[in-house]
Design a protein around this ligand. Structure first.
Ligand code: ADP
Ligand code: MG
Length: 486
């Protein structure tokens, strides 16, 4: 694709995005109004301005910090759910403080309930043309906010829970934060699936470096990098853009896979990369795949990306999920019983983001209604999330995979044969069906040749025991689980 076309795409897309978002937002506002009532809506929610969407996150702006905190506390989850229901790709809502940017956005005082809108336009939900982020707190100078995204203060090394799947990436990130530009660690290339902590680690590096106050840091998504680059071309300020980028000590680019197929932006990134590394500056890059698997990136860029330290973040294990849940629950101050944490760690295995989302919703619910968190309440509050996860794997799939794994016939999953060579795999399949789906014991029994629910229960107990006694067997079962979940 040529640079020109890339530019058109960007503009067209930005415009389309804005109008689509406006439609969704007005629908969401209608629902919110119906849910919370006109007065509450006007007091708190009408002040929201819709900002950009990046990846799976939409930014909403509020004019003051107080409003932002209030709306986040009271409606944050609900906004997330409603956005997700409107636009499934949006999974997170970020609330930020910003003054209404353009002159066309009507200025509104806090507590707008008092000032009833004079015309319908005034009451209409707002989508920001170009919201001007307010400077909340003076940061220690050196985040290059002119060209970079702000760092999320929640993403630090302290709040990152370390376990087997991420310990190497964590160690590398820490090392880079301590001694940027060390040979062997430049660039640092972090990769792994979505929601596993890449962005968190990058922000943590940035936060740590800024705390030390020694260096200037620029962090941005590859997408933002592209938009900035295109904007610079259009305003004929590419030189300035380049100079800005090349003046930082640490440049972090998130989700580099976005640059696949964007040849001009890739080229620009490549030159920036080289200039910075040659000048002894640190680069940190993240992507969803390793450099060698990022087909579609230019070879020379791929080669250079693989020259420093490449660290992958693996899918979470049950243990890590439990640790993360424990850490987040205890930070929230809400008591979440171990049983509930285990339930969540079993059911929500896709990634940390979803796990966190589920826990946050539970906590919000507990806070809102002042009720203790129980297993029942959990199943109720997370009904939709749990259902969505169950849909991923069916009992038939489980039976097929397990039969393949132990080389038995699929029909033996429901046959009456009791030889151990078929009975054991069958028990494992029942166990996995219990773990990975929301089917009840009788339902599971029916799918295994109309067996009784006590047979399923026995299978679950037996497999659990065997996994404790026999590590090789446990590994087999875990492997099957991972294959089924992926
Ligand atoms: P990615 O960039 O890999 O898609 P993120 O860094 O955005 O994922 O992580 C998604 C969410 O999960 C964030 O809220 C992050 O704080 C949280 N998270 C991920 N891994 C961990 C971890 N090991 N400990 C604590 N929180 C984590
Ligand atoms: Mg990310």
């Amino acid at each position: 694709m040529t640079g020109g076309l890339e530019g058109y795409d960007a503009v067209a897309e930005a415009n389309a995005q804005k109008s689509v978002l406006a439609i969704h937002w007005s629908r969401i506002c209608e629902r919110l109004k119906a849910e919370v009532g006109e007065v509450e809506y006007r007091t708190w929610l009408r002040q929201i301005t819709v900002g950009p969407v990046e990846e799976d996150e939409i930014t909403l702006y509020l004019p003051t910090r107080f409003l932002r905190d209030w709306v986040r506390g009271q409606y944050g989850d609900r906004l997330g759910t409603l956005w997700n229901a409107e636009v499934p790709a949006i999974r997170r809502v970020e609330l930020q403080v910003a003054r209404p940017g353009s002159a066309s956005a009507p200025a509104q005082a806090d507590g707008a309930a008092a000032a009833a809108p004079a015309n319908s336009e005034d009451a209409a939900p707002r989508v920001a043309a170009a919201p001007a982020p307010a400077h909340e707190e003076p940061r220690h100078a050196e985040v290059r906010s002119d060209l970079a995204a702000p760092l999320d203060p929640r993403f630090t090394f302290d709040t990152f829970v370390v376990g087997k799947p991420n310990e190497f990436a964590y160690a590398c990130a820490r090392r880079v934060a301590e001694r940027p530009s060390s040979p062997g660690f430049n660039p640092l290339f972090l990769y792994g699936g979505v929601g596993l902590g890449k962005t968190h680690l990058m922000h943590a590096i940035g936060a740590e470096l800024l705390r030390e106050g020694k260096v200037s840091v620029a962090y941005m998504s590859a997408e933002k990098f592209m938009y900035r680059f295109i904007a610079a071309i259009r305003s004929q300020s590419t030189m300035e853009f380049k100079e800005q980028l090349r003046s930082v000590d640490v440049l972090m680019i998130d989700d580099l896979q976005f640059l696949i197929g964007k040849d001009n932006t890739q080229e620009e990134f490549f030159h920036t990369f080289n200039a910075l590394v040659d000048a002894g500056r640190q680069i940190v890059v993240s992507a969803d795949k390793s450099p060698s698997d990022l087909s579609g990136l230019e070879d020379r860029l791929r080669t250079r990306l693989g020259c420093g330290m490449v660290a992958d973040i693996h899918a979470t294990t049950f243990e890590l999920r439990i640790s993360i849940l424990e850490a987040k629950a205890s930070a929230s101050g809400v008591v979440v019983p171990a049983k509930v944490l285990e339930f969540l760690a079993h059911k929500i295995t896709s990634n940390v983001r979803e796990l966190e989302g589920a826990l946050n919703r539970l906590i919000a619910h507990a806070n809102l209604f002042g009720r203790p968190v129980t297993l029942e309440a959990t199943q109720d509050v997370l009904h939709d999330i749990l259902k969505a996860h169950d849909r991923r794997v069916t009992i038939e799939e489980i039976q097929r995979k397990v039969a393949e794994h132990w080389n038995i016939r699929l029909t033996d999953m429901s046959s009456a044969r009791r030889a151990r060579a078929v009975a054991r795999p069958r028990q494992v399949a029942m166990y996995l069906a219990k773990q990975l789906t929301s089917r009840s014991l009788p339902e599971i029994g029916r799918k295994f040749g109309n067996r009784d629910h006590t047979t399923v229960m026995h299978a679950v107990t037996r497999v659990t025991e065997l996994m404790e006694q026999d590590p090789a067997f446990a590994e087999d079962v875990e492997l099957l689980r991972r294959m089924l979940e992926s």
